[in-house]
Design a protein around this ligand. Sequence first.
Ligand SMILES: Nc1ncnc2c1ncn2[C@@H]1O[C@H](COP(=O)(O)OP(=O)(O)OP(=O)(O)O)[C@@H](O)[C@H]1O
Ligand SMILES: CC(=O)N[C@H]1[C@@H]2OC[C@@H](O2)[C@@H](O)[C@@H]1O[C@H](C)C(=O)O
Length: 368
Amino acid sequence: MRTIGLMSGTSLDGVDAAWVETDGEAIARFGPTLTLPYDPALRRDLRRLLDLAQEQGADLPPDDPLLADCVARLTARHVEAVKAIGWQADLIGFHGQTILHRPRRPGSNHRPFTCQVGDAARLARETGLSVAHDFRSADVAAGGQGAPLVPIVHAVMARDLPKPLAVLNLGGVGNVTWIGADGELIAFDTGPANGPLDDWARRATGEPYDRDGRLALAGQPDGGVLARLIGHPYLAAPPPKSLDRLDFDRALKEAGAAALSPWDGAATLVAFCAVCVAAASRHFPAPPVQWLVAGGGRRNPAVMRALAAALTEPVRPVEVAGWNGDALEAQAFGVLAARVWRGLPLTFPGTTGAPEPLRGGRITGPLL
Ligand SMILES: Nc1ncnc2c1ncn2[C@@H]1O[C@H](COP(=O)(O)OP(=O)(O)OP(=O)(O)O)[C@@H](O)[C@H]1O
Ligand SMILES: CC(=O)N[C@H]1[C@@H]2OC[C@@H](O2)[C@@H](O)[C@@H]1O[C@H](C)C(=O)O
């Protein structure tokens, strides 16, 4: 199938789009990729929506004006992205924007919940294509974490690479996929990555992120704050596990991060991102031969330096394997869309804690 994958990630920076020809089990061809950034007003409103979703949880009404307005604007940007890709396609994989993710947690008895927003019917109508969407809720309903979803696609892409292999995505949140010699998959969210660092940089400089790690490279990690953060129970908890973009905000506040200088605060957040990845590696059955890093975090030299210091194995951008680290998640949702179409499983006991390999997603649009 000719697919277009669309991902609006937790960094809230824009929509990534990628054309992929795939049957969901192998990739025949990659096509064009692009990112359409959100304008500053939409970024700000999405960030407000995340805070509102935290307050209201599952009770956030679908007709809430901020929600409805954000959905309309972000869907319009997704329509533009599909049109800008410019290649014929049969099916769109539409992740939408996660505004709240509260999966099952040990010791907590809340109703598991994950919410991705976006108007799939409008996307189908305005592009004339079928749209696979709602990728996470079946997994959450079956007791899985609902994230991460890309590991099966990492496995498809890494078929010929030496194993064990770790693929690390550094978006707003970090997530890792460990692939064993016999194809065994273990995947989970590592901890906060760019999310808190973006919030910090925006408050300190007015810029949307710490470009090229300038703040972080000029500061020193604060030992006291780091020591308090390292004790966070998420790091030691065994997988499966996944995170909301804002899950560590309270812990960061309580650890005293807010009192640090702009430089030391950024350096501390970078160091903590790397500490979380090192903690994640302790959940692997065997050390990987290398770490391949995707996502915007690989563009931050402070982050890459901290990872190289925290991990014993080589840490390299996914480009060394010929992958596109900016488009990987969008490409993955193209592949996942084909899997939804064909009824192939998206999630697995080793990735989300699904009780068995589980199908997911729904299809909306003209081919139905
Ligand atoms: N030159 C750069 N210097 C520093 N950081 C950068 C640079 N380029 C990108 N980033 C970081 O990468 C982030 C975007 O990453 P990415 O697009 O992978 O996130 P996402 O897809 O929204 O998140 P997720 O994977 O959690 O869904 C930016 O918010 C910024 O923090
Ligand atoms: C709930 C949600 O949207 N989670 C995202 C987020 O961003 C990174 C990490 O946290 C990952 O678990 C997931 O995204 C990728 C695409 C995934 O599901 O594999």
